[in-house]
Design a protein around this ligand. Structure first.
Ligand SMILES: [Zn+2]
Length: 486
């Protein structure tokens, strides 16, 4: 890079608060400067801007393909739920009541029955399943919907917690408990694989404690990721609903033995929160770092040249864009009349995995320069076989980001045998602390009061712990992963 370029980069980058100085400020700066989202006139709601929405679309496509591969189909249910329906499942109502938004008027008249703006759709979908299911032959039902939901939040942050957000919610109905459990766990595995392979975001799979489970579920499982500031992010949940909703909504079927039984249900979801997870897992002081699989642009082509670059360099740059696009790579060509250094910083901030520079000298040598966003390595590459080379680099960036995140998690995960050790760990360097727990809600609550840490989950493959609970003297029932969480 020339001296001039370096200077331009520095000036540009100072507009983002350094991560180490104030992570929360850094996050908001990145969201705003990379044009992912903006605040809206409605408090607590965000506008997802095209660049942020493009990331969400890529996440959606990857998840949707897997849902379909595993036998699910998409449908759409209404935004409004009659209040009476939400009231049918007691725990469910209690869990969601503080966050529910109501519609009281429509068409200039007060409604006879208030409508709830869905905080989640178990109530409306359960009502429909009761109509659709008669016999064991109608099962399983494997439906997903992509939708918006509303949960009135007091403190909000773009992508991580907003009053309205986008998500997918799967709702399935089965003949037996075991089938429902298998579905719940299959989806959990699928979420974990997608988080790691698509978002390059390693997650811990496990079961939630009773106090953290979904309102009305038998069991809740989650995937938990560790963000760059050492706080955990619940990135997806999968619930075995048992027969609770089937009983509340009267979803019955004639079983193979002719008896009438209630179905066994599941529900599961991931949301636009995953976009926040990507930002906080990979971003650095220069801005966003996007894994290639969710990068709206995987390559940005920046023409370099003197005054006449539009005549000399641009035609070749366009050819390259066409060639790479033809090979299935997402490419943008920045032909704005700005200095190359300004463009470099701009696309770094937006997290584009690869920058391709091409100037008159490169054309002479029949090569281009490729600069990686993750390692900042820069190398000349022959134009011959360029698409293959680029694809190889993108794969390597995807892999490198996952490895880096795995290493970060390993460095920020520790065990604690005594309560003093536990408290010390939570006061110092943040991250996951693994500790034996007796299973009592009282201990869990006390730990939260003392340290702000909550049980994120209890890994499914965790070995049975020996010894006693990290806080009390009772025998440990589980090895729990604790963290301060978003
Ligand atoms: Zn205890």
């Amino acid at each position: 890079m020339s001296k001039k370029t370096e200077k331009a980069t520095d000036t540009f980058v100072t507009e983002i608060t350094p991560r180490s100085q104030d992570f929360s400020r850094w996050y908001l700066d990145v969201v705003r400067r990379a044009e992912l989202a903006d605040y809206s006139p409605v408090k607590g709601c965000m506008v997802i801007r095209p660049y942020g929405y493009a990331i969400w679309e890529l996440i959606q496509q990857a998840f949707d393909a897997e849902f379909k591969r595993t036998g699910h189909v998409n449908a759409y249910f209404p935004l409004f739920i009659p209040e009476g329906l939400l009231m049918k499942e007691a725990e469910h109502v209690e869990g969601f009541a503080p966050q529910v938004a109501y519609v009281t008027h429509g068409g200039g008249e007060e409604l006879e029955e208030k409508l709830v703006v869905r905080p989640t759709s178990e109530a409306i979908i359960g009502t429909m399943y009761a109509k659709w299911v008669q016999s064991w032959r109608d099962l399983p039902i494997l439906i997903n919907q992509w939708a918006n939901v509303v949960r009135w939040e007091k403190v909000t942050r773009p992508f991580l917690r907003t009053t309205e957000f986008l998500w997918q919610e799967g709702h399935t109905a089965h003949e037996t408990h075991d089938e429902a459990e298998a579905e719940t766990r299959m989806i959990l595995d699928l979420y974990a694989t997608l988080a790691e392979q698509v978002l390059a975001m390693p997650v811990v799979k496990g079961q939630k404690s009773d106090s953290e489970k979904f309102a009305g579920a038998l069991r809740t499982y989650s995937i938990e990721a560790l963000m760059g500031d050492g706080r955990a992010l619940q990135a997806g949940t999968s619930h075995n609903l048992g027969q609770n909703f089937a009983k509340a909504f009267d979803i019955t079927f004639q079983a193979r033995d002719k008896s009438v039984q209630h179905v066994w249900g599941t529900s599961w979801g991931v949301s636009t929160r995953l976009v926040g997870g990507v930002i906080m897992t990979h971003g650095d002081d220069s801005g966003l770092v996007l894994p290639p699989r969710v990068a709206p642009y995987q390559v940005v082509v920046v023409p370099i040249g003197r005054e006449n670059w539009r005549e000399t360099v641009l035609p070749r740059a366009r050819e390259i864009q066409r060639e790479l696009t033809g090979a299935g790579i997402r490419v943008t060509l920045d032909e704005r009349d700005e200095r190359p250094g300004w463009k470099f910083a701009e696309w770094e901030l937006r997290g584009v995995p690869l920058r391709l520079e091409i100037g008159p000298k490169d054309i002479e040598k029949s090569q281009v320069l490729l600069a990686r966003r993750d390692t900042r390595e820069k190398a000349g590459v022959p134009m011959d076989g360029l698409a293959t080379h680029v694809r190889g680099l993108l794969d390597d960036i995807q892999r490198t980001l996952l490895e880096r995140a795995l290493q970060f998690r390993a460095e920020h995960t520790q065990g604690a045998a005594t309560y003093d050790q536990f408290k010390e760990a939570m006061e110092g360097r943040p991250g996951f602390v693994i500790a034996p727990w007796c299973g009592s809600a009282e201990c869990e609550a006390q730990i939260k009061t003392d340290t702000q840490a909550t049980i994120r989950n209890m890994p499914l493959d965790g070995s049975a712990p020996g010894g006693t609970c990290v806080r009390c003297d009772a025998a440990a029932k589980a090895e729990a992963w604790f963290a301060k969480a978003y």
